[in-house]
Design a protein around this ligand. Structure first.
Ligand code: UD1
Length: 419
């Protein structure tokens, strides 16, 4: 298994291009199931998760062609409606094929995701919404077995989700594009990735309004057609590199990003003492001092994203002051705390809140990644720790970051992959 070896204490400087958003690419790839014509996608990051989604679609009978960051997906005829356990257990977002399969084929068999390192993460809201659209659902041998009741299409409905769910909103939005009549999703997730999916669906002939707000209206159409779509920039990857430079110090410019999707994150970086300048698609961050402690609470977009919580927690470990980090989205998302403590960090957990007392320096050690964003926080900690840090289980990192070590090294970090 690969590891990352990091020698801390080097500033970051230079320019870096941000990759396409993983969390936009995954639902948008699944949207290819909604049409028999070709969906062409650009700016798809080369990640373990996008490759897994490609494999899942291929298993369903989709012709999948990849050329670098471009995909051509053609679901002329599907040979299967099953998302098997082996794929779903490595990537929960595989649940995103449920809505499209049901809408297009009238049936689906998708493995239940089960638990994961950051908490229970049920999919009850996906199921409740699909039932409202006319699906009959049962659980058989660990699989969600879904059928369209009657011979016709799904039928439009008004759905109010109990909590804000990103992939839940996406699944329901995709299913509703081919339903008979109008669907309204209330309490919808406002994440930019939901809006990016809607833009792609509309390019395919769907009638979706309001994506990016908490009320999405979908006028069902009889069929969708092929389209070309460019995936939006990854705001979480952007946040990760910015926090790395804010923690290690330096002067970096990120290109090909979307500053307007990062308000909450940029505010917190400024509060930490970073100087930030944004242009249409670039962000420059300069940091010449020890960061100041920044408290934060994770909430659905546009508030502070849970996917950047671990990275900011790492920054606070070496900041001046005491920070309170409250995690409101996932119940068990402080797995990185135990590992950061191995590097000397002073952190107490009180329920959903981590209290981080900034110390002068961390000291390098071997640590183990437990999930994707936890891994990113350990890499950031390694960049600022004295001496050598080894981060084990890099496969978590590879799920969501394209060649993290090569790109950090291009900014002057001393980091290498050990196979
Ligand atoms: C998506 C993102 C993930 C991010 C998360 C929250 C993708 C592929 N992944 O995950 O990176 O961390 O949003 O921003 O886009 N919940 C239920 N029942 C449901 C659905 C969700 O109880 O049916 C709960 C979850 O357990 C969690 C909360 O709602 O506590 C939010 O989860 P959700 O927004 O659904 O996360 P994902 O869509 O899985």
């Amino acid at each position: 298994m690969d590891k990352l070896r990091i020698e801390g204490g080097h500033r970051l400087s230079g320019n870096l291009r941000v990759a396409g958003a993983k969390n936009a690419a995954l639902p948008i790839m699944a949207a290819a199931l909604l049409t028999s014509e070709e969906l062409r996608l650009d700016n798809v990051a080369r990640l373990a998760d996008t490759a897994t989604m490609g494999r899942l679609l291929a298993g369903l009978g989709v012709a999948v062609e990849r050329d670098g960051q471009s995909y051509a997906l053609r679901a002329a005829r599907l040979g299967s409606v099953e998302a098997p356990y082996d794929l779903v257990k490595t990537m929960r977002a595989a649940i995103l094929v449920l809505g499209p399969l049901l809408a297009r084929e009238g049936s689906a068999r998708v493995s239940l995701p089960g638990g994961c390192a950051i908490g229970a993460r049920p999919v009850d809201q996906h199921l409740k919404g699909l039932q409202a659209l006319g699906a009959e659902l049962t659980i058989e041998q660990g699989y969600i077995v879904a059928r369209r009741s009657g011979a016709g299409r799904l039928r439009g409905a008004r759905i109010v989700t109990d909590m804000v769910t990103v992939t839940g909103t996406e699944n329901l939005m995709m299913a509703a594009t081919l339903a008979d009549g109008e669907t309204i999703i209330e309490n919808a997730a406002r994440e930019p990735e939901v809006a990016d999916l809607a833009a792609c669906l509309n390019a395919m002939g769907a009638r979706v309004r309001g994506a990016g707000t908490d009320r999405i209206v979908i006028e069902g159409v009889e069929r969708l057609h092929g389209a070309t779509h460019r995936i939006m920039p990854d705001r979480i990857e952007t946040a990760t590199f910015l926090v790395a430079a804010a923690a290690a110090g330096g002067d970096i410019t990120l290109e090909g990003t979307a500053p307007d999707t990062l308000d909450a994150v940029l505010d917190k970086l400024r509060e930490a003492g970073a100087r930030i300048e944004t242009a249409a698609d670039t962000i420059r961050l300069r940091m010449d001092q020890r960061p100041r402690a920044v408290s934060l609470r994770t909430e659905p977009y546009p508030a502070f994203p849970t996917d950047a919580q671990a990275q900011f927690l790492a920054l606070n470990c070496i900041a001046d002051g005491v920070a309170r980090i409250t995690e409101n989205i996932f119940e068990n998302r402080f797995m990185h705390v135990l590992e950061l403590q191995r590097l000397g960090a002073s952190i107490d957990i009180d329920g959903h809140t981590a209290i981080v007392r900034g110390i002068d320096h961390l000291s390098g050690a071997t640590v183990m990644a437990t999930d994707l964003r936890a891994s990113a926080s350990l890499v950031i900690a390694g960049l600022v720790a004295r001496g050598q840090t080894t981060v084990e289980r890099t496969y978590h990192l590879d799920r969501g970051y394209e060649e993290m070590e090569r790109r950090l090294a291009s900014l002057g970090a001393r980091i290498e992959r050990v196979r």
